[in-house]
Each structure stands twice: as structure tokens, then as C-alpha cells.
Design a protein around this ligand. Structure first.
Ligand code: ARG
Ligand code: ZN
Length: 844
């Protein structure tokens, strides 16, 4: 069954209140609902349909009288009164048998829920759609020491606890947690002086991993007040860590539930990257309280209304807490690695999709990351003051509502007087626009001509020109900025902009700060790129120039067997030695583009990427760079070693990132001596992990890997790193075998999504290993997807995306992948989730 945006019809009934009673038992939990429904007088659709899946119906009463509803596919229908009535239902569910981790399930003997997008229907019969909002009162009965739900606590006693959430919400924001948990407490006083109790709930033993998350939460609460004027609205804010979770985290009202990997942090067990990610996800979920919860989505097609905006907000937060340019560069790297391939392949869809079979398949990089980019463009086009003016209007006008992208854009139109008709195409057109630039200079007048076009995507053969904000600055040939950044607004297929009064032909710096998610195409020279790497005043474009140099060098190595470009090696060496430059920035410039990125670039230019050649070029390049730096490497490495007690702050993390890059280069020359030393001396995971990675990459480190296992075997999150790292560092011909051996390890657990992703995310992420010509990687993944689909369709379906780039490769690889996709598609009893993914990937 396919659902379409155009078919939207409101539910014919208001839900005035919801009372739920849970009688907890692992295999036989009873859920009693008492719901007050009121028919909408002017409803076009009067059918009383409630969603329900995997429920055992015990009884139903309407206004106290037994009734017999008709069970239909995906729920039930029932004859109901024409006036307000009380619906009472009792159902039985099996949390312990719920391996899909959707609805109410058990993780490590603890009860927890995941209802977004459509999991509430696995808890009881209900109009499980985001535009149906109600207040919820919850009573939990059971012997669990801690029993939590949304909102404020209303009392508790021996074997029971009661909760009330005063804010009307859709069912997807419902949450319940019960188990043997301990809290790490905190508190926050809001700008209007209200004291909010904060808790991070964890399993006993994890209390020492909560301090950082708690600080991140407080910083988020303060930041949202300072920047958006938004204040928290309950007496209590709870976060819970669970080990088995399909996604990162969930913004349930007043009771956020987190994958433990996204909240638990300690210097000994978490890397700098983990710390930064945890801070961002805590902020993200907290920010949803306004962008998502107080204002929610009318239907799931509007998902980017809350996700794009909330990702945009958490990126603003991270830039403010850490380094703005570094955050921007990181985000663009992620966008290109995850969203561009989606946009360029069979899974392409607009940020607001218009159809789906299974909504869980649309929690994508396009909805989240491109959704955030679209907001960034909007902010750039209207300016900062107008942006905050529009946001203020958004919260005033739509608080308590379930909204659409149209509502969102209307707020901007009303606040700024700007027509956003054409801008709206960003929400409806899939595909990454290509922007071709040419230049002209005569008599002090410099003209840039832009041509935009977007390749066809599934279901969208023709694309209209979009509004593209292109931030441009001009540099003089001696490196001075002669024109500060200016935003050019492309609206047509082809358009020129002229800058007058220039003393000489300038060097343009185009798409500063990556002002639009497009692919810029421009004929330029490596000399000019090196010039920008040295002189651009825009840090993003300075990095971009280095990145372009790296790509050109590698592309030339792959296509023509050329040696690494010496001018580029010299530029890198100069930058690495330049202590006036931010270490984090230097680490980024020193990090080579990923092999998948090179494959994508080759494909964009009409070549068939050869993963093995791309790997060989990467190896040669890194080896050459290490040799070029040889004499200075030990000194540079030593200078960037961070001494003293570990602190996860951005400055120290930047130094460690550079130090880690240098160590990996050094390990290619010194036989691993320094890495062995660093491994032995490390008192924090960042340095321990960097040393182990450098060794494994050099096909050394067996001793350290064993020591790592012995030290951390009881820590699930650290063990995920151990599983992933071995596969990520394996040579192409050994990758599949390494992954396969690890699936036979006693600690491999199919049912734990983190562990499954550790293995198969690393396999899919090892470009040359996954795409090894033997096809073993393809087959191993398919074997395991088929097995996992029976347990956990959601995680299976997401991982199918590993095959999405298949049409880029040669006929041999294509047929190997097609065979695996077909095998998955033909599996009997395949889930709707996985079926939708494989058919979409195959069909294009
Ligand atoms: N709303 C959550 C977030 O972005 C994601 C949860 C999605 N879960 C899912 N099963 N689709 O923070
Ligand atoms: Zn979110």
C-alpha cells in the first residue's frame, strides 16, 4: 500500500483526553485505554478507524456498553455515537517478544517505548497520526523500581506510578520506561525563574557516564532561551539511556529516550567525536520540545518541518559551543557522504516526499540534512533579523498545532514580505542541482555566469530552476579581499552577475560557507586552488580548495596513473607546519576525501569508478605524503600531543585530531613504534582508539587489539568500536572475511542494532572492501539482512541503502549486487520496510 500526500484528510473525531493503564508483564502486558472522542460536526470523513498492530484485543466498551468492533487490516472500525463518547479498550501485548524495537519492548530487562513514527498502534488501538493531539494521563502498575512516563509525576506508591502530561500531543510522542534504573540528577532555572528537575536515567554502573550529557542538556536549555527565546514548559525533564534502539534518540515529551551510544560519555570510553555527537544529539532532542512537540507535523510527509529545522538548530548550537567553520566543514562532509549519493541514486526523494509505503524509510539524510540546508538557505536569503522575526511569528501563530511546509513558508512570507513560491521547489524537487560557472573579465569589469540544472530523479524527469543563494567574495591576485562576501540570488537557468571597478582580474571565491547544497562545476587550475587554500578569507572555501586539490590529485592518479601532485603536497606540508592555523582545521585539510567520495566524483564526471584503483591511489598518496613530511613528522606529532587530564573541549579535541592524523602518517614510516607507545600510555579513548586504528591500518596491532578486547569486553559501547574498527581498517581483500569472522564472535548480537551496525555499517563503509570484485561483501551483507529482517525490519531496511550506489559500478559488480538485491526481494515473508527499499533500489 502506498500513501500519498495529496490524499490527506483530517480525522473525523477530536480526542479530548487519553487515560492509559499499563499492567506490566514481560510477555503479557495489559494496556487499558479510556479515550474521550468527540465527532467533528463538519467532518467530511466520518469513518471511525483506529490503528492497531500486533495487539490481542480483550474487550471494548463504548460509554460503558460492550461493543464488537470489526478488525480490519492495520486496525479496527466500529459503529460509534454521533455525540461525544468514552471508548474503553483492553489489549494484551508482548514486550519481551518485540524484537522490532517499535512500540513497547524490552531492552536489557527494562521496559521502554519507541512510538515515532507509527509505533503507538502496537501499544493500543488509537488514531495513530500526528494531527490527532490530546493530553495523556498514564498509570503504570508493576514491580519495577522506576516507572516513568511523559509530563509531570502525579503520585506513586507500592507497585504503581501515575503521570500527567498537560500539553496536548500526538501519540508518537508518548513514552513509558520501567526498570531498575538510577538517576543522575541536575536542575535548571528557566529565564522566568521556574526550577526544572533534570535526570539522566541509566542502568546501575553507568552513573559515571552522565555528567557530560547533563552539562550538554543545561547548555541546550540556556541556548534555546538566549537565541530563540524558548523556555522549557514542564517541572521535569527526563532522559533515559537504552542499549537496544533503532535510531539515535527520541524527543518524547518530557521523557527523551536515547540510544545509550548517544548519551553515555566518559573520557576512558568515548572519543572526542563521541563527545561532540552526544552534545549535539542531546541538544537536538531538547530543541524538539518546541520544534516538533509544541508545533508538530500534520502528517509524516511534513517530517522535515520538524527534523530539518531541529537539525538546523542543533548545528547552530554546535557552532556556538565549538568552532563555526569546523562544524560547517564537518556538516558538508557528511552531506556529501550521505545525502548526495541518495539524491543521485534510486532512493532520491525531495525533503518533503509525496509518497511512501513505510514512513520509517524516510528518516533520511535528505529529510534531515538537506532539510536543514534548505532552512540555512532561507535564513541567508531573508537575513538574520528577518529569520528570527519569522521564527517568532511561527511560534506565536502555530503553538499547539500540527503544521505543514506551507504554514512554515507562509510565516516567512508574512514576516518578510518575500514571495517564496519558487523557493518552495527545494521542498518538492529531488536531486542535487549542478551549477556551472564561467567568468569573463574586461576593463575592470568581472562577470560570473551561472547555469543551473538538476538531473532527473525517480518520478521527476524535468526540473525547474530554483532559487540558489551563492555567496561570493573576490580576491586580488596578491591575496587581498577586494570584494567582501555578497549573496547572489540565482533564479534562472542561466544568469550573469557583474562586478565593476576592479583594478585587475580577481580570483573568485564562490559558494562560501557552502551557501547552497549544490555541485559547483568550474574549470579552474590547481594553482588557483592552492592560492585559495593559502589566501581565502572564508574558512570553508579555504578547506574546500584543499579538498578540491586532494580530489583532483586522486582522480588524476586513478585515471591516468599520475603521481601525487607535488604542488599539493607542498601546500599540505606548509599548512601542517603553520602553527598560526587552527589545529582542527589543519586536521581537516589533512584528512583525505573518502574513497566513496572519489568514486562519486568519478561517476559525476562520467567515469566508472574502480574501487580497487581508488584504494591504491589513496594508499600511494598517503604514503607519499608521509614520506614528504618524514623529517618533521616526529616533531610535529610531539608538538601536538595534548598533555594533562583529558578534557573534551573543542580546542583540545582539535589538537588531538591533528595529532591522530600525524600518528597515522608516522605509523607508515616507523613500523608502528610511536603508535605502540601511544597505545600503552593513553588514558583516554580518543588516543587509545587513534593508536589502535593507526596500527590496524598498517596491518599491525594484533597485541593491542587483544588487549583492547580484554580491557573492554564488558562495555557494550566500547566493544562496538572494537568490532567496527577491525572491519574499517581491513585491506580490501580481507574486509568481508574479517566481518564474517566477527559475526561468529561470542559477542556478536544480531538483536542489538548498535552491534549489527558496528559490523555491517563498517563493512558497507569500507569502500574497496565492500565493493571487492569477489562480491563476498555484497553476499555477506545480504545474508545478514535476510536474517535480521525477521527480527527487526526497521534496521534491516535502513542498511539496504548500502547498495544504493550500485549503478555507478561496472557490469560485473552491478550483476553481483543485482543478484543479492533480487535474493532479498524474493525472500518469503519479507517486511514491508525492506521490500520497499529493495524494490526502489532495484527499479531505478
Ligand atoms: N525524531 C527522532 C529524532 O530525530 C527520530 C526517531 C525516528 N524513529 C524512527 N523509528 N523512525 O530525533
Ligand atoms: Zn529529530
Amino acid at each position: 500500500q502506498t500513501f500519498y500526500l495529496k490524499d490527506y484528510t483530517p480525522f473525523g473525531y477530536d480526542v479530548e483526553s487519553v487515560h492509559l493503564t499499563f499492567r506490566l508483564a514481560p510477555e503479557t502486558t495489559r494496556v487499558l485505554s479510556r479515550i474521550r472522542f468527540a465527532p467533528k460536526p463538519d467532518a467530511a470523513e466520518k469513518t471511525f478507524f483506529l490503528h492497531g498492530e500486533d495487539l490481542q484485543l480483550i474487550s471494548v466498551k463504548i460509554d460503558g456498553q460492550d461493543v464488537k468492533p470489526r478488525l480490519v487490516d492495520g486496525g479496527l472500525t466500529c459503529e460509534v455515537p454521533g455525540a461525544p463518547f468514552t471508548w474503553e479498550a483492553e489489549v494484551e501485548i508482548n514486550p519481551a517478544g518485540n524484537t522490532a524495537l517499535e512500540g513497547l519492548y524490552m531492552s536489557n530487562r527494562m521496559y521502554c517505548t519507541q512510538c515515532e513514527a507509527e509505533g503507538f498502534r502496537k501499544i493500543t488501538y488509537y488514531p495513530d497520526r500526528p494531527d490527532v493531539m490530546s493530553t495523556f494521563s498514564v498509570r503504570i502498575e508493576g514491580d519495577e523500581p522506576v516507572m516513568l512516563s511523559n509530563g509531570n509525576p502525579m503520585g506513586q506508591g507500592e507497585g504503581w506510578a501515575e503521570w500527567h502530561d498537560p500539553w496536548p500531543k500526538p501519540a508518537y510522542l508518548f513514552a513509558l520506561v520501567a526498570g531498575d534504573l538510577v538517576n543522575y540528577p541536575g536542575s535548571f532555572t528557566t529565564k522566568s525563574g521556574k526550577e526544572v528537575e533534570l535526570n539522566i536515567w541509566v542502568r546501575p554502573g553507568d552513573e559515571n557516564k552522565c555528567a557530560f550529557g547533563m552539562e550538554a542538556l543545561k547548555k541546550s536549555m540556556k541556548w534555546d532561551e538566549d537565541v530563540y527565546g524558548l523556555e522549557y514548559d514542564l517541572e521535569l525533564f527526563n532522559i533515559v539511556a537504552v542499549d537496544d534502539f533503532n535510531m539515535g534518540a527520541m524527543e518524547n515529551k518530557g521523557l527523551n529516550i536515547f540510544n545509550s551510544s548517544c548519551v553515555l560519555a566518559s573520557p576512558e570510553t568515548s572519543t572526542d567525536a563521541n563527545f561532540e555527537r552526544i552534545e549535539a544529539i542531546i541538544a537536538h532532542e531538547y530543541f524538539h520540545n518546541w520544534t516538533g512537540n509544541r508545533i508538530t507535523c500534520r502528517d509524516w510527509f511534513q517530517l522535515c518541518l520538524k527534523e530539518g529545522l531541529t537539525v538546523f538548530r542543533d548545528a547552530q548550537f554546535t557552532s556556538d559551543m565549538r568552532s563555526e567553520p569546523v562544524k560547517r566543514i564537518d556538516d558538508v562532509i557528511t552531506l556529501r557522504a550521505r545525502q548526495f549519493p541518495e539524491d543521485a541514486g534510486p532512493l532520491a526523494h525531495p525533503p518533503r516526499p509525496e509518497q511512501f509505503q513505510e514512513i520509517n524509510n524516510f528518516y533520511t539524510a535528505t529529510v534531515y540534512e538537506k532539510g536543514a540546508e534548505v532552512i540555512g538557505m532561507l535564513k541567508r536569503l531573508v537575513g538574520d533579523d528577518n529569520y528570527y522575526k519569522a521564527l517568532k511569528l511561527y511560534f506565536e501563530r502555530h503553538d499547539g498545532q500540527a503544521c505543514t511546509i506551507e504554514d512554515w513558508l507562509k510565516v516567512f512570507e508574512d514576516a518578510t514580505g518575500r514571495d517564496l513560491q519558487q523557493f518552495k521547489l527545494w521542498y518538492s524537487q529531488a536531486g542535487t542541482p549542478r551549477v556551472k560557472v564561467s567568468e569573463d573579465y574586461a576593463d575592470g569589469s568581472y562577470t560570473l555566469t551561472f547555469e543551473q540544472s538538476t538531473p532527473p530523479t525517480p518520478g521527476q524527469p524535468d526540473k525547474a530552476p530554483r532559487v540558489i543563494p551563492v555567496a561570493v567574495g573576490l580576491l586580488s591576485p596578491n591575496g587581498d579581499e577586494v570584494r567582501a562576501t555578497e549573496v547572489l540570488e540565482l533564479t534562472e537557468a542561466k544568469q550573469s552577475f557583474t562586478f565593476d571597478g576592479l583594478a585587475s582580474k580577481p580570483v573568485p571565491s564562490i559558494l562560501r560557507e557552502f551557501s547552497a547544497p549544490v555541485i559547483l562545476e568550474r574549470d579552474t587550475t590547481n594553482a588557483e586552488r592552492a592560492f585559495l587554500l593559502a589566501h581565502d578569507t572564508d574558512p570553508f572555501n579555504r578547506w574546500e580548495a584543499g579538498n578540491a586539490l586532494a580530489k583532483e590529485t586522486r582522480v588524476a592518479m586513478v585515471l591516468d596513473g599520475a603521481p601525487p601532485d607535488t604542488a599539493y603536497l607542498d601546500a599540505l606540508e606548509k599548512l601542517v607546519r603553520d602553527d598560526d592555523q587552527d589545529p582542527a582545521f589543519r586536521a581537516l585539510v589533512l584528512s583525505p576525501p573518502s574513497q566513496a567520495d572519489i568514486a562519486q566524483t568519478l561517476h559525476e564526471r562520467g567515469h566508472t569508478p574502480d574501487p580497487q584503483k581508488i584504494y591504491d591511489a589513496a594508499e600511494t598518496f598517503t604514503q607519499t605524503l608521509a614520506q614528504q613530511l618524514e623529517t618533521s613528522l616526529p616533531r610535529l606529532y610531539a608538538a601536538k600531543t595534548v598533555e594533562g587530564p583529558y578534557s573534551p573541549d573543542a580546542v583540545s579535541a582539535g589538537k588531538r585530531a591533528l595529532n591522530g592524523r600525524l600518528l597515522s602518517l608516522l605509523t607508515r614510516l616507523d613500523g608502528g613504534e610511536q603508535a605502540v607507545r601511544q597505545y600503552a600510555a593513553a588514558d583516554n579513548m580518543t588516543q587509545q582508539y587513534a593508536a589502535l586504528a593507526a596500527l590496524l591500518k598498517a596491518e599491525k596491532g594484533e597485541v593491542q587489539s587483544r588487549a583492547f578486547f580484554d580491557q573492554w569486553q564488558d562495555d557494550r559501547l566500547v566493544m562496538d568500536k572494537w568490532f567496527a574498527l577491525q572491519i574499517a581498517c581491513a585491506a580490501p581483500e580481507k574486509t568481508a572475511a574479517t566481518a564474517k569472522a566477527l559475526t561468529q564472535h561470542a559477542l556478536f548480537d544480531m538483536k542489538n542494532p548498535n552491534r549489527f551496525r558496528a559490523v555491517f555499517g563498517a563493512l558497507a563503509g569500507n569502500h574497496a572492501g565492500f565493493h571487492h570484485a569477489s562480491g563476498e561483501g555484497y553476499q555477506l551483507l545480504a545474508d545478514n539482512l535476510i536474517a535480521l529482517d525477521k527480527l527487526n525490519p526497521q534496521t534491516t531496511a535502513r542498511m539496504c541503502a548500502a547498495y544504493q550506489t550500485w549503478k555507478r559500478y561496472d557490469a560485473g559488480r552491478q550483476s553481483l549486487i543485482r543478484a543479492q538485491l533480487t535474493r532479498i526481494a524474493n525472500t518469503e515473508g519479507l517486511s514491508r520496510d525492506t521490500n520497499e527499499m529493495v524494490t526502489r533500489i532495484l527499479d531505478a
